[in-house]
Write a protein that binds this ligand. Structure first.
Ligand code: PLP
Length: 400
């Protein structure tokens, strides 16, 4: 650790209790906290206020696919911050134009234009609005266990009552079918359906991978019945599953693709990629910060890293490696391991919370996905040695 980092860590250590107190006192209290004060990150590691290092398999809730503080991103952010930070969407902007061009050059077939926003939930909100506007229909079909965000439109397409209760009435016209049940889709999609909204891998819902049959049935029926297919790749996008976009595994061409999380190396940003069918007149939608130059500069640098270093391929290989390590766990506590690329769910036969706490004590940060699933979303740039360390920590914790 260099001198500056040492000083930062000791200052932070003195103030760790103060920080926690401030957040507890002045924050609204909507987050269940873990007790840690994180002060620094580098690739797949984060450090707490006491200078303790953790392997970060949370990665900013999946927003740091290329690792923390990637030099390409930090230098792009510094350079852009000295040129232009705020630019209204009534004006064109150089980096925004460049980013749109680059993003659409690697987008799945048929996606030609994009609306830039600031988060995953906003991307879903926009997609629902676009679908209603374009089709003139109201009904949206979502799935059991789906998570699409917490603002009212996205929340309406989110299934878990724990997120929904107390906020109604939500949007009318939203129905849910069991995930991976193609027959249910056949019954549900009609001439009244504006859109079907799907995750390729359900993240918050427990890391359930979509089947080819289910996803292609959705695409086929949407096309046949005039509905739009909205794919929510907020969590699966930007290499997470071993392809730049998870829909590439299934040769799917959505009408709308929603992106966020790792789009801009950790900065807040979202994007809604649209096929030619989506036409929206001026004034029909907008955002003050959407396509902000700073975020576009970060997103441009992030996408270049993803492409130049072939990070999706690395995620595929590292995911397979981690999969082999996990297959050897053989703990009676493990019911099932589900994985696509470096998006991993370890479904336990018991509540997951104590194991997440023990892993944290062992120096590995992991997420839950529902009550029994331990979710790993490490940066895709994580080293093989760290993946082994994650395996060892899991072994200790699950057998202990
Ligand atoms: C699949 C999916 N969609 C939407 C969202 C909402 O994204 P945000 O938290 O950026 O609003 C999330 C967040 O976890 C997500 O996993």
């Amino acid at each position: 650790m260099n001198g500056a980092s040492q000083m930062e860590t000791s200052l932070a250590s003195d103030s760790a209790g103060v920080t926690a107190h401030q957040e507890e006192t002045f924050g609204l209290g909507v987050y269940a906290r873990r007790g840690l004060v994180l002060c620094r990150g580098e690739n797949a590691f984060v450090w707490d206020a006491q200078g303790r290092r953790y392997i970060d398999c949370i990665a900013g809730h999946g927003s740091a696919n290329i690792g923390h503080a990637h030099l390409a991103v930090t230098s792009a952010v510094v350079a852009q911050s000295m040129r232009l930070l705020a630019c209204s969407n009534v004006f064109y902007n150089d980096i925004r134009g460049e980013y749109l061009r680059l993003l659409l050059s690697v987008a799945p077939d048929g996606l030609r234009r994009a609306f830039l926003c600031n988060s995953g939930t906003e991307a879903i909100e926009a997609a629902i609005k676009f679908a209603r506007h374009v089709t003139g229909r109201v009904e949206i079909i979502s799935t059991f266990r789906a998570f699409h965000g917490r603002t009212l439109g996205s929340l309406s397409a989110t299934h878990n009552p724990a997120y929904r209760n107390g906020f109604g009435p939500l949007l009318p016209g939203v129905t849910f079918v069991p995930y991976n049940d193609s027959a249910a889709l056949v019954k549900a999609i009609s001439g009244e359906t504006a859109a079907v909204v799907l995750e390729i891998v359900q993240g918050e819902g427990g890391v359930h991978v979509g089947t080819r049959d289910f996803l292609s049935t959705a695409a086929r029926l949407c096309a046949a019945r005039g509905a739009l297919l909205i794919l929510d790749e907020v969590q699966t996008g930007f290499g997470r599953t071993g392809r730049l976009f998870a829909c590439e595994h299934f040769d799917l061409t959505p009408d709308i693709l929603c992106l966020a999380k790792s789009i801009a190396g950790g900065l807040p940003m979202g994007a809604v990629l649209c096929s030619e069918r989506i036409t929206m007149p001026p004034g029909s939608h907008g955002s003050t910060f959407g396509g902000n130059p700073l975020c576009c500069a970060a997103a441009y640098a992030t996408l270049q890293v993803l492409l130049n270093d072939d990070i999706p391929k690395a995620a595929d290989e590292k995911g397979a490696y981690l999969g082999e390590i996990l297959a050897r766990l053989k703990s009676p506590r493990v019911r099932e391991i589900r994985r696509l690329g470096l998006m991993v769910g370890i479904d336990l036969r018991e509540k997951v919370k104590p194991y997440i706490e023990k892993l944290q004590e062992a120096g590995v940060l992991a997420l839950p996905a529902g009550p029994t699933v331990l979710r790993l979303l490490p940066p895709l740039t994580i080293g093989y040695a760290e993946l082994e360390r994650v395996g060892t920590a899991l072994e200790e914790v699950l057998h202990g």
